[in-house]
Design a protein around this ligand. Structure first.
Ligand code: FES
Length: 262
């Protein structure tokens, strides 16, 4: 078994965070822990987690294969995830991905021959206001056109650690995995600080200007006032009659205003 005594000690620490009888909930951080040791979740890592938690290898494997953050083959120090979802895609994300793929000579979920960089397509990274975005080991680089992304990976190849646009400083995938297992990075600059980015604040200011707020919002408020045509009745298609509830803040349920800004 390739896991050190320190890893075993950390595993015990993770498991101890959970109440008696609920220890199997420790599986997710344990998978991050084994990834922090080997750079991916190997068959030995699966076996290690199963042993620690009294699960079968099949049960652990089912979880490890469900989440894309658990890598099932050796992964580079730098996991470059390029968002090619709708917003980023139309603003240049697809071109960015293609440029990196061509330059690095790898496709989706593949690693460069020197084992340093893994490239992947990513679905929406929840930073659409900074599109097109990419992440390196889950840290954000905003508004990355193809030329910017190429400069970034060349810096990584040169041994540099460029600072993300927002958030904490870069660390390797193994180091990041250890943090995701719940062990804080104590180094200077390891924790991102500062206000939200300008694009996020612009949205907040618009909401403030037009009185859009979640305070007192009734979650049962219908999201559309549009009449829907009646559906043909069938034994499986009979819904109980409902009365639409008005929005309690007297605003339309949709986040719209007379100026048309959503
Ligand atoms: S579409 Fe790229 S972050 Fe949402």
């Amino acid at each position: 078994m390739p896991f050190s005594e320190q890893a075993r000690e950390r595993a015990r620490e993770i498991i101890a965070r959970y109440p008696e009888g609920r220890q199997r909930s420790a599986l997710l951080p344990l998978l991050h822990l084994v990834q922090s040791e080997q750079g991916y979740v190997s068959p030995e890592g699966i076996e290690f987690c199963a042993e620690q938690l009294g699960l079968t290898k099949a049960e652990v494997g089912a979880v490890a294969t469900f989440y894309t953050m658990y890598k099932r083959k050796p992964t580079g120090d730098w996991l470059v995830s390029v968002c090619t979802n709708t917003m980023c895609g139309v603003l240049g994300g697809e071109r960015t991905y293609q440029a990196l793929s061509e330059y690095l000579g790898v496709g989706h979920d593949e690693t460069t021959a020197d084992g340093k960089i893994t490239l992947e397509h990513a679905e929406c990274l929840a930073a659409c206001d900074y599109a097109p975005v990419l992440t390196v080991n889950y840290e954000f680089f905003d508004k990355m056109q193809a030329e910017d992304a190429l400069t970034l990976v060349k810096q990584l190849q040169a041994g540099e650690r460029p600072h993300p646009t927002r958030g904490a400083r870069l660390c390797t995938l193994k180091e990041m995995s250890l943090q995701l297992a719940g062990f804080a990075d104590e180094r200077d600059g390891a924790v991102g600080e500062g206000p939200a980015g300008e694009a996020t604040l612009a949205g907040a200011r618009l909401a403030e200007r037009y009185g859009i707020s979640v305070a007192g919002f009734d979650p049962d408020t219908p999201i559309s006032r549009k009449e829907t045509p009646p559906q043909p009745e069938s034994p499986g298609n009979v819904a109980p009659p409902t009365t639409p509830k008005p929005a309690v803040d007297a605003k339309p349920a949709r986040d719209t205003h007379p100026g048309g800004v959503a």
